[in-house]
Ligand binder design. Structure first.
Ligand SMILES: NC(=O)c1ccc[n+]([C@@H]2O[C@H](COP(=O)([O-])OP(=O)(O)OC[C@H]3O[C@@H](n4cnc5c(N)ncnc54)[C@H](O)[C@@H]3O)[C@@H](O)[C@H]2O)c1
Length: 335
């Protein structure tokens, strides 16, 4: 089948990458997944293939391994890279900052060197709203002050700056750093989704584990924040909407030098909003209890998503009910 060109997805077997691979293929591109499987399962690749309707090529490699990266770029002409590979656990990054720097920052350096060698000049990068640090105003637009509050966030800032330098090396280089807010949910087929190992870091996988009876109770950190119900507010975005944002960025990449664009819905939901929607939509109970605030947490963080609409013609279309329904359908899938 004729395609528009090959898109290499580093970290393409992960939660977000697998959904991006499906949307990239739906838009007529040929996705190739490159992943070390350090935080994902090999079976994801065949499940992506089922959804795409054809096997998806997969290269098992670590982005830090220069010979493997050269081999990957030498094996087929690549139109653009969507660079999702990275470690993302904030707590682990505090314990192992050197590992996070090596994997995320040095890994990106090795990847960019291989792209240079093979003349690949386009990249969409998985950045994060964590680059804004503690919110100083709401909604958070792209000109909000930057500041990392943990080593993981520092890696995202370091990579964005590295991409400025890389993009400056020639007018034919095009980069879009997408600053994700809080991706949740799963593909409507329930074939791919989020399967964190161990105790989850993020709210939705935690809610799912409590609903399944694998954890006794959801601890809600703070019930006295200045929000509509006292619990923390975040901008949850359906992972399929997020994945479509990557396709929109790919389509407009050639008009960019290096642009940073928020991917969020533009509105916030509290922890209790999520819990109540989950219980109502899925007909299950999520036992929960209020705990003291955690140091470093913010009352609320949500995006100004208007730049994504202006520059990419993209905005989120799925709501909280879709997010909690699809997260639960994936968690309840027959194994
Ligand atoms: N999920 C979120 O809440 C969130 C929010 C903002 C940004 N991000 C960023 O989006 C990207 C994808 O996140 P995700 O939620 O899909 O995480 P994930 O852990 O599910 O996926 C990351 C993938 O990258 C692979 N990987 C990691 N290091 C690698 C290396 N050195 N070489 C090759 N492959 C490697 C892993 O095996 C995994 O398949 C990450 O860069 C993350 O920092 C995620």
């Amino acid at each position: 089948m004729a395609t528009r060109g090959t898109i290499l997805l580093t970290g393409g077997a992960g939660f977000i990458g697998s959904h991006v691979a499906v949307e990239v293929a739906a838009a007529g591109w040929q996705p190739v997944i490159l992943d070390s499987f350090c935080t994902s399962e090999r079976s994801v690749v065949s499940r992506v293939g089922e959804l795409v309707g054809a096997p998806v090529r997969c290269i098992e490699a670590d982005i830090r391994d220069a010979p493997s990266m050269r081999a990957a770029f030498g094996s087929t002409p690549i139109h653009a890279v969507i660079h999702l590979a990275g470690l993302k656990a904030v707590g682990e990054s505090v314990e192992k900052p050197a590992l996070y720097h090596d994997n995320n920052v040095r890994g990106t350096e090795v990847l960019l060197a291989a792209m240079d060698e093979f003349g690949v000049r386009r990249m969409v990068f998985s950045s994060s709203c964590t680059v804004y640090g503690t919110p100083q105003r709401l909604p958070i637009d792209e000109s909000h002050p930057l500041g990392a509050i943990n080593p993981y966030g520092q890696t995202k800032l370091d990579i964005e700056r590295m991409l400025d330098v890389w993009a400056d090396a020639g007018p034919d280089r095009h980069v879009c750093s997408l600053r994700y807010f809080n991706p949740v949910g799963a593909h409507a087929s329930a074939r791919i989704g989020e399967s964190p190992i161990g105790i989850p870091n993020n709210l939705m996988p935690f809610v799912v584990k409590v609903a399944r009876g694998e954890l006794p109770e959801l601890g809600v950190f703070g019930g006295d924040w200045p929000t509509h119900d006292g619990t923390g507010v975040r901008d949850y975005i359906h992972v399929v909407d997020l994945a479509r944002g990557h396709v929109a960025a790919l389509e407009r990449l050639d008009s960019m030098h290096h642009e940073r664009i928020n991917l969020g819905t533009g509105s916030g939901c509290s922890v209790l909003d999520v819990v109540r929607a989950f219980e109502r939509v899925n007909g299950v109970k999520v036992p929960h209890g209020i705990r003291p605030r955690r140091p470093g947490d913010a009352a609320a963080a949500y995006a100004d998503a208007s730049l994504a609409w202006r520059r990419l013609g993209w905005r989120a279309s799925l709501g909280l009910d879709d997010m909690v329904r699809d997260a639960w359908a994936f968690a309840s899938r027959p194994s």
